[in-house]
Structure formats: C-alpha cells, structure tokens
Design a protein around this ligand. Structure first.
Ligand code: HEC
Length: 164
C-alpha cells in the first residue's frame, strides 16, 4: 500500500514536471498552490523579470484578460478543472494556484496567440489583436504573479523545454 502511494505521488510529480498538456495533474498543482500561497510574500518582485515589462504586461492584462481570468490572474473562483454545463472549461487562474506555471514560455505564448482549442474553452485568439511585444509583456506579467518557489520550478521546466 505504502509503495502504491509512493509510486502514484512520483507519477503525479512527473506529470507536473513534464508540463503536461491540460488538466490531469489535479492534486499536484493544488498542493503546489497551497505551498505557493504559504510562501508568497506581498513584497516579492521577481528579480529575473523586467519591471517595465511587468508594468506594460499588466496594462495589457487589465484591458484584455482580466474580465475572464480575474484581477491579479486569480481566476473566477470555483473549480477550473470542471467543464461548465456548455461543455467548456472556465478561465483558470493564471497565478500559481492553477496550471499556467507548468508551461514553458513558448507554450504560454502559443495559448495566448491561438486562444482555446475548439470545444475546450471560449478564449479568443489574440494573434493579430495584440502585437508580439504585447504578448511577450503579458506573459512576463503572468510570470510575475508566481511565488519564488513556483517560479524556481518553472525555470526547470523552461530549461528542459529549451534542451529538447
Ligand atoms: C473570454 C474569456 C477569456 C479571455 C478574455 C481571455 N482568456 Fe485566457 N483562457 C480562457 C479560458 C476559458 C481558458 C481555458 C481553456 C483553454 O486552455 O483554452 C484560458 C486559458 C488561458 C491560458 C492557458 C492557461 C493554462 O493553465 O494552461 C493562458 C496562458 C491564458 N488563457 C492567457 C490569457 C491572456 C494573456 C489573455 C488576455 C490577452 C486571456 N487569456 C484572455 C478564457 C479567456
């Protein structure tokens, strides 16, 4: 029994680290979110990120994304893993309480450019509506919402994605 639990914890960890596509990592990110909340300090400003870019990205976010993803990217409450009655997933939080931090920069930017895959959600595609620079900025803003601990995990995910 003990062994089984250990194995599944290991597998969940692997899924999370693999930056898995879409849900299926439930427990891990929930736990991560709880850890992150505990570790977060209001004063933390990520030294890896350009403050000017964060500021610009925040403006892009507030003008285009906040209505769905909530102020500070905190989402809309409720379970973001559960489809709505119309079959679509709700907008998830983009801070470190959900899934966004499992994705390397290239995937985050792709999500923003392309919007939701058909039948998945109602996020519009931003390609052509936002410039590449604005998409860069808003993704940096999203990263600025992550705690030091989660950001450190994310840098590993990013590094691995660049090696492949
Ligand atoms: C009309 C509502 C809506 C708006 C506006 C919107 N989104 Fe989304 N977004 C969603 C939904 C729904 C999902 C989840 C389904 C999916 O992954 O496509 C999502 C998913 C995402 C994801 C993937 C998150 C993950 O955990 O994999 C990112 C990143 C994202 N949005 C960024 C943005 C940014 C940046 C903007 C503004 C430029 C934006 N969204 C505007 C509804 C919206």
């Amino acid at each position: 029994m003990r062994k089984r639990i250990e194995t599944s914890v290991f597998l969940i960890g692997l899924l999370a680290l693999a930056g898995c596509e879409k849900p299926a990592d439930g427990g891990a990110s929930k736990q991560q979110g709880a850890n992150a909340a505990a570790a977060r300090t209001a004063a933390w400003v990520n030294p890896d990120l350009d403050p000017e870019q964060i500021r610009r990205g925040r403006q892009v976010f507030e003008a285009n994304c906040q209505e769905c993803h909530g102020p500070g990217g905190k989402g809309q409450g409720g379970d973001w893993r559960e489809r709505r009655p119309n079959g679509m997933f709700p907008p998830p939080p983009l801070d470190d309480s959900a899934h966004a931090w499992h994705h390397p920069t290239a995937i985050l930017k792709r999500s923003v450019r392309n919007g939701s895959p058909p039948g998945w959600g109602d996020m519009p595609a931003w390609e052509g509506k936002l410039t590449e620079a604005q998409i860069d900025d808003v993704v940096v803003y999203i990263k600025s919402l992550w705690s030091p601990e989660v950001y450190r995990h994310w840098t590993e995910i990013e590094k691995r994605s660049l090696e492949n």
